[in-house]
Design a protein around this ligand. Structure first.
Ligand code: ZN
Length: 79
């Protein structure tokens, strides 16, 4: 197996949302995953984003009146 290219926090965070959505290609997914494993700060950030995503998903089930963007703004204000 080829060693995973080491990426910085900037690049990991840039791709974080796609990573959580499983939208990255396999190579990029592994790079981000590897970075999260070795970087405590990005690991915390990933957990935070994952929780945010879960809350958005739950919020989506509960209310359909607000647009997706409105729900994100509401949630971001709370944090
Ligand atoms: Zn990092």
């Amino acid at each position: 197996m080829k060693p995973v290219k080491t990426i910085g926090c900037d690049e990991a965070l840039k791709h974080l949302l796609e990573y959580l959505d499983q939208e990255l290609g396999a190579a990029k997914h592994r790079e981000v995953e590897h970075h999260i494993e070795v970087c405590r700060s990005c690991f915390s950030r990933t957990e935070f984003e994952q929780r945010l995503k879960n809350r958005l998903r739950d919020a989506g089930r509960e209310s359909s009146g607000e647009s997706f963007e409105e729900r994100i703004k509401t949630l971001l204000r709370r944090f």
